[in-house]
Design a protein around this ligand. Structure first.
Ligand SMILES: Nc1ncnc2c1ncn2[C@@H]1O[C@H](COP(=O)(O)OP(=O)(O)OP(=O)(O)O)[C@@H](O)[C@H]1O
Length: 676
């Protein structure tokens, strides 16, 4: 574009297109509403009517949801060469949702459509016929107004990459409210992960702020688009570390039109039984160890007993008999399948009945289905089943393992040391398993037992965030739910803060049941400015993991380190100063200090509630424009302290103040940016 009048003409054309798109969206929204009103009456049976009604309603809500939002963020123009293939000389607007008029090709195509991938991936050297990539700028408060656009003439060898002005503006935009989607600015290496096939499990090792969570959520949205039918049946689950994190990310998928994804903490996935007991650290370590799976397998196996007596089933004028030896053979055959315990029990029952059926047939009778059912439930058959392959509840078995040293010793022999067994033992066993209080680790074990009795229902795809923090036994709980599905595993070994955090991905992926999932590293940091990130990265050698170093794409931001004799006063002063700029503010301190700081900060005038005081152990996955870190040495002193401190020092989007009275941890001393 060369002259001012060319630009004016182009802008006018864009405004006209925008008006047409808005009109089409309004029409779609009205039309969807009408279909909701009539759809329920036209559908045949009640089930179809309900499903259709629900679908239409959510579609209508979705369309009505943000009528004032930006309807697209980019445009691709293809050239007339053969490289453009079927897109030769075409032009496509790309947005969060497809927008179409009553007839004709869509005005805006979905960012997940196959051709949209080129918007994210085409480069000057690899442009697939794309001549121009255009990005649009919008005001952020609704109604969104078009503020301009930015062209990349790939056909002239131009490619902005991370230097795009609109990308920089988006990354640097203050964070208010929950996490936003990144559809307008997905980077090529992120897009490859987002669009991997459904049957492809993958693992993303990414340093702080490299977009792991964003990639996982966009991948969920992509899969629901590309494999909608399959996943509507099997479902998609997102597992996050804690409720605060889930609240923070909760708006992203609905904004992308996908409200049907379950987003849960792992504890919630395991069930709604509350954890009331607290383990000693030693007990928790053993309970989370993968060897517990073997202990449980053996404990279940030990419940199975050889038949001691013959079975006699009176049947009309016959007495059908099966010898103890025959029963033992059937039991061995049922066991050989290595099936879940409950399924094995049913298999054994079916084998006993088949044996009796053969007996009856020897008398010239031919039993029917009802006979088979009745015999399977007859008293003598049930007695054999209960004696040889008893029903068991997970709580019952775990209570025996934790409360009866001999039972544990038998199941754990050669697997757990004596000291480990002692650590597991309940000091005061409850009177009955029904009155037992369970710890968080017990809930994982109960899930393991339940899964060994019967496989749980699974998901078509599971996104696991902060996966480095899962214990082997927690990984197995995820694996059980993705036996027939795939996983997106997201994490950063450097941010492992649990006592059982992974130190390498190979073992973790094996526990997750996907040992062959490829591990991809993301190393471009979109959250933390370079000055803050390089300060945090000084801790990396202390963390004893091998990870690629994250480099920030951001040159803005500020870091100030102050020595403050009166910490509370200094925090108040820094927070007041922070409130003069836009965006969210977090004060992060060691858990035991956070409460007192919260009280001190009540005096600060914060009409929009932009300030949050948080304990260091609860900030994982979150981000704030301005972070005030209080007394790093205290944060680093607790269990996995350096890892916690690394997480804390990587939460700031723009500015970070570090306040300390005690000496700083060694890696942060010297050469630190000066205070004001
Ligand atoms: N391509 C992108 N364009 C714009 N913003 C991005 C992009 N990728 C990531 N971001 C932003 O960077 C921030 C960090 O992303 P995200 O929380 O997904 O990172 P993470 O790797 O999960 O970080 P952490 O490990 O610290 O939790 C978010 O605000 C996200 O929106």
């Amino acid at each position: 574009m060369s002259s001012v009048s060319d630009v004016a003409r182009e802008l006018a054309a864009e405004q006209a297109y925008l008006a047409r798109v808005r009109a089409a969206r309004a029409w779609m929204s009205d039309h969807a509403r009408i279909r909701v009103a009539t759809g329920e009456q036209v559908a045949g049976d009640r089930y179809t009517a309900e499903t259709l009604g629900r679908m239409l309603k959510s579609h209508a809500q979705e369309l009505a949801g943000e009528p004032d939002g930006a309807p697209y963020f980019g445009r691709l123009r293809f050239d007339g060469t053969g490289a453009a293939g079927e897109h030769r000389d075409q032009q496509y607007y790309i947005g969060r949702r497809r927008i179409a008029e009553e007839q004709g090709p869509p005005l805006v195509i979905d960012w997940r459509a196959p051709v949209s991938s080129l918007f994210y991936r085409a480069g000057a050297a690899d442009r697939h016929g794309v001549a121009v990539r255009r990005r649009y700028g919008w005001t952020h408060r609704p109604p969104a107004r078009l503020t301009g656009f930015e062209d990349e003439r790939l056909d002239l060898g131009e490619a902005l990459g991370a230097t795009s002005r609109l990308l920089a503006e988006e990354i640097e935009r203050p964070r208010v409210g929950p996490m936003r989607d990144i559809v307008a600015t997905i980077q090529p290496e992120q897009d490859e992960l987002v669009r991997a096939d459904l049957d492809q499990s993958l693992c993303v090792q990414g340093g702080p702020g490299t977009g792991k969570t964003a990639v996982g959520l966009h991948r969920a949205a992509y899969l629901l688009y590309a494999y909608r039918r399959q996943l509507r049946r099997t479902g998609v689950l997102v597992v996050g570390p804690n409720p605060a994190f889930l609240r923070y990310i909760s708006a992203v998928l609905p904004a992308l039109g996908e409200g049907d994804v379950r987003q849960r903490t792992l504890d919630e996935v395991l069930g709604d039984r509350p954890a009331r007991a607290i383990d000693t650290p030693a007990a928790a370590l053993v309970k989370h160890d993968a060897r517990m799976a073997e202990v449980i397998r053996r404990a279940l196996g030990a419940l199975i007993r050889e038949p001691a007596e013959d079975l006699v089933v009176p049947d009309g004028s016959y007495r059908l008999r099966a010898g103890a030896g025959e029963l033992a053979r059937e039991l061995a055959l049922a066991r050989a399948g290595d099936l879940p315990y409950g399924v094995g029990r049913e298999r054994f029952r079916a084998r006993i009945v088949a044996l009796l059926q053969r007996r009856l047939e020897q008398h010239g009778e031919s039993p029917n289905r009802r006979w088979l059912d009745r015999t399977g439930r007859s008293g003598p058959v049930l007695a054999v089943l209960d004696a040889c392959w008893p029903k068991v509840r997970p709580e019952q078995l775990l209570a025996r393992l934790l409360g009866e040293p001999d039972t544990l010793a038998a199941a754990a022999e050669g697997v757990l040391t004596g000291a480990e067994q002692a650590a597991l033992r309940w000091p005061r066993p409850p009177r009955s398993f029904r009155s037992a209080s369970w710890s968080p680790a017990d809930l994982v074990l109960l899930d393991e037992i339940a899964g060994a009795i019967e496989h749980p229902a699974g998901f078509g795809h599971i996104v696991v965030d902060e996966a480095q923090d899962l214990s082997p036994m927690q990984c197995r709980a995820v694996a059980r739910r993705s036996r027939h599905g795939s996983l997106t595993v997201l994490g950063d070994l450097a941010q492992g803060t649990t006592a059982w955090a992974a130190t390498g991905w190979a073992a973790q992926l094996a526990h997750l049941g996907k040992p062959d999932a490829p591990v991809t590293a993301l190393t471009a940091g979109f959250r933390v400015p370079a000055v803050v990130l390089s300060y945090a990265n000084r801790l990396l050698p202390e963390l004893r993991v091998t990870v690629p170093v994250t480099r920030s794409v951001r040159r803005d931001g500020a870091l100030r380190v102050h020595r403050a004799p009166d910490l509370a006063a200094a925090v108040t002063e820094r927070v007041r100063a922070a409130l003069s700029a836009d965006g969210s503010i977090a004060v992060i301190a060691a858990d035991e200090r956070a409460g007192a700081l919260g009280a001190a900060l009540r005096a600060v005038d914060d009409p929009d509630s932009r300030v949050t005081v948080l304990p260091a152990t609860l900030v994982k996955g979150l981000e704030f424009d301005h972070v005030v870190v209080v007394e790093p040495a205290e944060i680093a002193a607790g269990p996995r302290g350096p890892h916690h401190l690394y997480v804390v020092l990587t939460r700031a989007v723009a500015r970070m103040d570090v306040l300390h009275r005690a000496p700083l941890p060694a890696p942060l001393r010297g050469g630190a940016p000066p205070g004001p």
